[in-house]
Design a protein around this ligand. Structure first.
Ligand SMILES: [Zn+2]
Length: 334
């Protein structure tokens, strides 16, 4: 739909756009623009200032209303949806109160420091630094711009004559994820409630909340669904993602009950098509770790870099597998 998964601005009609960034992996998030007349609402900024500036330029070229962004809604506080806020610093910036409370958990300065010192910080930090450097992300020299307004569960904004509903579906992917529903346009921007063709990052929030959020999207009167990562989709994509989450939880639970450790379980899980071709399978190590933590396993980690260490080991093992050097105990045949 809407002409394929290419980098840049995609017009959805009705004064709405999506900014897509293939391949949807680490740091490559989507954003959105809703306009009516002279009014504009931006859904999320991007991972760094350069990327955000490029996006804002394309939006200004596409729509006069985007010459000045009136409202920014941050769907959640993760870096790849907020670090560019500074470039729309004079807009009303709205987030759920649970999201606003998370903004300072990893500042750009701390993030950059972690990348610069990755060698001494271990496997998890080295993994983060490897994709940050390969993608050219740079967080030096700019501060985070925080929300100026918060809401609790639901809020309706006016963008020109349009109603835009903000629905806090957290805890789900994070403690306070916001769905941005442009009601008359029948478009919903989901933030990281949806990952399409890429494994989700699951390390906080609630799986039950996440599944309920999928059901809520299914009940909305929408025909375009803009995920946080991956190509544009519709309710079919929401259903596929929900099946992924249910399968992953079921497969992890079986292995938890069989007494497997976190990393052993993650390595052992083989998901059926189409999930076996989704990007970043190493994220399953983080997801299984999250589930094990919920289930009270002493093997589950809480430290952010240790969790990334698990993903790094999964990625290494998976790469060896794909190269035909199956590590001992590997069941993959590819
Ligand atoms: Zn994201």
């Amino acid at each position: 739909m809407q002409g394929g998964y290419t980098k840049g601005l995609h017009e959805l009609g009705r004064g709405c756009w999506a900014w897509l960034q293939p391949d949807g992996g680490w740091g490559w998030s989507n954003a959105g623009l809703v306009t009516d007349g002279e009014c504009s609402l931006l859904v999320d900024t991007l991972y760094d200032l350069n990327m955000t500036a490029t996006m804002l330029g394309a939006m200004r070229d596409a729509s006069d209303a985007a010459r000045h962004i009136d409202i920014l809604v941050n769907s959640h506080a993760d870096a790849d949806h907020t670090y560019g806020n500074k470039l729309v610093g004079d807009a009303r910036i709205i987030a759920s109160s649970a999201t606003a409370a998370e903004f300072m958990k990893l500042t750009p300065e701390k993030h950059q420091e972690m990348i610069d010192n990755a060698e001494s910080l271990g496997e998890g930090a080295k993994y983060i630094a490897s994709w940050a450097k390969a993608s050219g992300f740079d967080f030096r020299g700019y501060g985070l711009v925080l929300p100026t307004e918060t809401y609790e569960r639901e809020m309706t904004l006016k963008v020109g004559d349009k109603d835009v509903r903000l629905i806090n579906v957290g805890p789900a992917h994070t403690p306070g994820d916001t769905l941005i529903h442009s009601v008359q346009d029948k478009v919903v921007y989901t933030g990281d409630i949806l990952f399409i063709n890429v494994h989700p990052a699951v390390w906080e929030g609630s799986i039950d909340g996440w599944l309920a959020a999928c059901d809520l999207i299914m009940d909305l009167d929408v025909d375009v669904v803009v995920p946080g990562h991956g190509p544009l989709t519709d309710k079919k994509g929401v259903g596929i993602f929900k099946t992924y989450m249910e399968n992953l939880r079921r497969e992890a639970r079986k292995r938890f009950e069989a007494g497997m450790g976190v990393e052993e379980a993650a390595a052992d899980i083989e998901l059926a098509p189409p999930f076996d071709s989704w990007l970043l399978p190493e994220r399953m190590a983080g997801s299984v770790n999250f589930l094990y933590r919920q289930w009270g396993s002493p093997d589950a980690k809480t430290d952010f870099l240790e969790i990334f260490g698990m993903m790094a080991r999964y990625a290494k093992r998976h790469a060896a597998c794909l190269a035909g050097h199956h590590p001992s105990g590997c069941r993959h045949t590819h």
